[in-house]
Design a protein around this ligand. Sequence first.
Ligand code: ACO
Length: 311
Amino acid sequence: EDEEFLAAFQARIDAELKIEPNDPMPAGYRKTLVRQIAQHAHSEIVGMLPEGNWITRAPTLRRKAALLAKVQDEGGHGLYLYSAAETLGVSREELVGQLLSGKAKYSSIFNYPAITWADIGTIGWLVDGAAIMNQIPLCRCSFGPYARAMIRVCKEESFHQRQGYEIMLTLCKGSDEQKAMAQDALDRWWWPSLMMFGPHDADSTHSDQSMAWKIKRFTNDELRQKFIDATVPQAEFLGLTMPDPDLKWNEEKGGYDHGEIDWDEFWRVVKGDGICNRDRMKARRKAHDDNTWVREAALAYAEKTAARETA
Ligand code: ACO
């Protein structure tokens, strides 16, 4: 790749022109996108597990219908994202293979267990809330197929966040036990939600280049700060206490200061040693194996149809 090509590519990016799959692009740009989009797709698919676990135990029919729809949406997001990655010349089999072999990363957050019904509220409120904060700017990502996929994903995430917050509102207006359950879920999910945004900017390997290529529009710390500032008043409205004694409003910066994030825990979870990593991978491998016949049948049908059309 000569300098002239790289400069012309950067000029397109700087002019806010979208890059489409058949456009020439630096190998590094393609590689970064395949990595990020695939990790994102895997996160959506693995993310179905903690909540899917509660579908049969939802407290009312209405809650069950909403949760079922939400978990289905996550599956759909995974599929749009695998399709967006495929436009970059990588196959879905290869990407899924990387997830199942443990080679590919997916979001740390999905390695924590959903223990009570309040966890379902908290996941919607915080995890989907963090996902929206991170994904709204991705609607303006320089790569066209990823940016366009994000528009619908963000609309659906917004419904997910509201269904979660509404569960929390109901619990917090309920009995003392219900309110305690909500507080306990917040205590367990707050810090892992902050870790979703990734390492501090100084430790983020890809941020500088991804910002220059306008794949990312904000850094990890910028998005984490926006999330904290938006979420603290929501916790106050619920009458819940954030599990961070150092959290306090900083008038000068117009945002909250917060305590130290436990990065040892973060890297431990990312490297496969969180509470649920092994269970999550086991569940995905089992689903893949159990459904081999569906893939085989779909393939045989497609081949038959194609043969009939050419005959
Ligand atoms: N969980 C697991 N791995 C993470 C996380 C996390 N929360 N945050 C960062 N990492 C990994 C990165 O993937 C990277 O690893 P790699 O080099 O092996 O690929 C490494 O830590 C260093 O991080 P960064 O250099 O900051 O990585 P990047 O620039 O890709 O930023 C981020 C990370 C913010 C997650 C980015 O990839 C992104 O915006 N992705 C799209 C959104 C997404 O995937 N969301 C998933 C959760 S939301 C949901 O599914 C509902």
